[in-house]
Design a protein around this ligand. Structure first.
Ligand code: 0O2
Length: 267
């Protein structure tokens, strides 16, 4: 097939990947804005390279005309989570969406591949609008933890290096590393609530600080210099004391002061 034709075929896949990335990244932003823990740590996407498609065509003995029908990971999204528990939460998020219809799933977490590969794959149908009308695109969403991802990236590059001839010793080492990843994910899950508490209070603190700074900035326009100086000093003292409750109170007190100036303005 000519390169130009491949470009035409792959164009709606590119659109699907771009749109889905925007949507998941926006989701992460929404969680942040609400000060909530987000089950998605990171999201990435790619359209499979023509050379990889051709490799798969050969490996699976697929007729070139059937590429779109038989290869379901031309459009690929990878979602990375901190904890194994987050993977279920992400699957649930996908299930609830009206713009993605789940076609099939492959649970390589419960059923680890012989290589040691672990990941949860969801194939969804996603509609894109093109100049030729609506096109239904299959998209493979791979969901895995940071630790599973680390293993898969390393193993993928070794697979690339050795092709079908990976030395036994390396395969054994990868298998040991896969066992270590399982142990690590288990350990992390056992202290998940501790880690989440720490991350939540950090997120909460930065949200309150941002609100306080924005109110102080607005007060600059209306309050006198002395008052602003006092407010800033008080904020600094509370900030360094690392007392989150006091920071919340101070934020509310500032709101009352700002409201006072606003009502003076109206009168
Ligand atoms: P790339 O470069 O990521 O695009 P299969 O029948 O197993 O050959 P199939 O039916 O497409 O493949 O589905 P499967 O097994 O779910 O694999 C799809 C993708 O999952 C692969 O795409 C890899 O990205 C990843 N994957 C599957 N098995 C392994 C593994 O053992 N190690 C690593 N590192 N990744 C794996 P591609 O096309 O192989 O590669």
């Amino acid at each position: 097939m000519e390169i130009q034709l491949w470009r035409e075929i792959l164009s709606p896949y590119r659109l699907a990947v771009d749109e889905i990335l925007v949507k998941f990244r926006h989701l992460i932003e929404e969680y942040k804005l609400e000060g909530l823990y987000c089950p998605i740590e990171q999201v990435d996407g790619r359209v499979k390279k023509i050379s990889s498609i051709l490799e798969k065509v050969q490996k699976k003995n697929i007729n070139i005309e059937e590429v779109e029908e038989k290869i379901e990971d031309i459009a690929g999204i990878r979602i990375i989570c901190q904890f194994v528990e987050d993977i279920d939460a992400v699957v649930h998020l996908i299930e609830k969406r009206r713009d993605m219809e789940i076609k099939s799933v492959k649970d390589y977490i419960t059923n680890m591949k012989p290589s040691g590969y672990r990941s949860y794959h969801v194939i969804v149908n996603y509609n894109v609008e093109t100049i030729n009308g609506t096109k239904k695109i299959p998209v493979e969403i791979q969901i895995r933890t940071l630790a599973m991802n680390f293993w898969a990236i390393i193993e993928h590059s070794l697979q690339y290096k050795y092709r079908q001839n990976m030395p036994l010793l390396i395969r054994e080492r990868l298998s040991n590393a896969a066992a270590a990843v399982i142990a690590m994910d288990k350990e992390m899950s056992s202290i998940r609530s501790e880690i989440m508490d720490a991350q939540n209070s950090l997120r909460m603190k930065s949200k309150i600080v941002a609100e306080i700074l924005s109110t102080i900035q607005n007060l600059y326009k209306v309050a006198n210099k002395r008052e602003i100086e006092n407010i800033q000093n008080e904020f600094y003292n509370i900030y360094v004391s690392d007392d989150i409750d006091r920071l919340k109170e101070f934020n509310l007190e500032l709101d009352v002061i700002a409201e006072g100036y606003r009502s003076q303005d109206i009168e």
